[in-house]
Write a protein that binds this ligand. Structure first.
Ligand SMILES: NC(=O)c1ccc[n+]([C@@H]2O[C@H](COP(=O)([O-])OP(=O)(O)OC[C@H]3O[C@@H](n4cnc5c(N)ncnc54)[C@H](OP(=O)(O)O)[C@@H]3O)[C@@H](O)[C@H]2O)c1
Length: 200
């Protein structure tokens, strides 16, 4: 039985990951800031397994993907009870975009640790955040290899589940360890951010 994904943020990254998930047979519920009506045409174009929902409906799906602007993550704190929920964090902590790409000063915390503190009890796995969405949209099976996606998280069963999904989409997941260590490497300005690698 394929898991249903709730995708909070239906823009570049949300739509790109949704297309990969749908191709692999996962139902997706897409939610944005403007409400489900604004997503009608998009979900129609994505096919029968895609629906538009409220932010709460997406937050209560079996697996949740955060693909909304960093500044908006804090609005999700009270949307639902996050205890025990598997949440994939694809956000990057930019506070400005081109040309300066400034990130928020989080002190010694990883951005996904901040997300974890905003969604109390959620099991956060960082993934899908390092690659430009147009590259992420391409077929991950290239030249006999598989495009690399980095994965970090503190809860091993959740991370194992995300790794299994990512593998089924055709990517090559690389486990970087905990949020405190691994996700700092993959987050915005980290050593592995923006790298587009293929594993042979
Ligand atoms: N673009 C990339 O290549 C890329 C790559 C890796 C990671 N990321 C990260 O992914 C996240 C999204 O980036 P993007 O490029 O996909 O942005 P985007 O195209 O601007 O899409 C943002 C989406 O988030 C929704 N949204 C805004 N505020 C919200 C709220 N309070 N609650 C729920 N949904 C909300 C927007 O809804 P409305 O349209 O209704 O406002 C829109 O659907 C960012 O954190 C970014 O750093 C982006």
């Amino acid at each position: 039985m394929k898991k249903t994904f709730g995708i909070i943020g239906a823009g570049n990254i949300g739509q790109t990951v949704a297309r990969h998930l749908l191709k692999a047979g996962h139902p997706v519920i897409l939610a944005n800031n403007s409400g489900p009506d604004s997503l009608k045409e998009l979900v129609q174009s994505l096919g029968a397994n895609a629906t538009a929902g409220t932010i709460r409906q997406a937050a209560e799906a079996e697996i949740v993907l955060l693909s909304l602007p960093w500044s908006q993550v804090r609005t999700l704190s009270d949307v639902t009870d996050w205890t025990g929920r598997l949440v994939i964090d694809a956000t990057n902590h930019f506070i400005t975009y081109a040309p300066d790409f400034k990130v928020e000063d989080l002190g010694s915390k990883a951005s996904s640790e901040v997300v974890a503190s905003l969604l109390p009890g959620a099991k956060i796995v960082k993934a899908f955040n390092t690659i430009f969405y147009k590259t992420l949209a391409e077929d991950p099976r290239i030249m006999g290899g598989n495009r690399v996606l980095f994965v970090s998280g503190n809860d091993q069963p959740s991370k194992t589940e995300v790794i299994s999904v990512i593998t089924s989409l055709g990517f090559a997941p690389i486990d970087l360890g905990s949020l405190g260590e691994g996700s700092k490497l993959q987050q915005a300005k980290g050593a592995l951010a923006t790298l587009n690698l293929v594993k042979f």
